[in-house]
Write a protein that binds this ligand. Sequence first.
Ligand SMILES: C[S@@+](CC[C@H](N)C(=O)[O-])C[C@H]1O[C@@H](n2cnc3c(N)ncnc32)[C@H](O)[C@@H]1O
Length: 214
Amino acid sequence: MKKFNSNLTSPLIEDYILEKTFVEDKLVDEMHVYADSNEVPIIGPLVGKYLFQIAHITKAENIFEMGSGFGYSAYWFAKAFSGNGKVVCTDFSIEHKEAAENFFRKAGFENYLDFKSGNSLEILKESNEKYDIIFIDIDKEQYPDVIDLTYDKLNSNGLMIADNTLWYGRVIEEDALPSTKGIMEFNDMLSSDTRFITTIIPLRDGITLSYKKD
Ligand SMILES: C[S@@+](CC[C@H](N)C(=O)[O-])C[C@H]1O[C@@H](n2cnc3c(N)ncnc32)[C@H](O)[C@@H]1O
């Protein structure tokens, strides 16, 4: 299997965590092969298991994803649904939509998926619904733009979860890449945003969990 180490944590520690929290799932294995051969970046199994657990703990039934790729992260969320549940996936790519729909069909999860192609920010803006969880994995320079929008579209006590918030350690190197600036600004904004309780977990490439207080 492809390694999903980020180099933030010792690869041996990441392997150890994976071994101790491993979930056997043939479709996940298939998705790893698809991600590898099509060079699509995915959250990987460590973060996947974490999302699965959070969806269970919160009993989330209405989830919105910004930057869904071919549905790998969405699949981990959907695994926590028990009968009811919907994950709204959004991505620019039509090809990703087709692949996600195929994987969800294979799992018998087609009723859980609503994949909309287009700009995630625009789709969320136009949505009339409120969500239990909003997951962010779009281009990193756009991260600062999602906070207020996400706040408005979350249910009370909902969660905003963002991937790559340590950006392979670049956040402390402060390089000039727009993506690094985006992540750093996002982290700065959240650090003083009293509407949320926020933690950054150094799992894989850093995952931010922000709880909407009211
Ligand atoms: C890292 S991949 C997502 C991986 C996915 N979350 C997973 O782990 O399975 C990022 C995706 O975001 C999409 N993307 C980036 N910015 C976007 C935007 N503003 N609107 C829609 N899609 C976007 C890209 O097309 C790409 O497929």
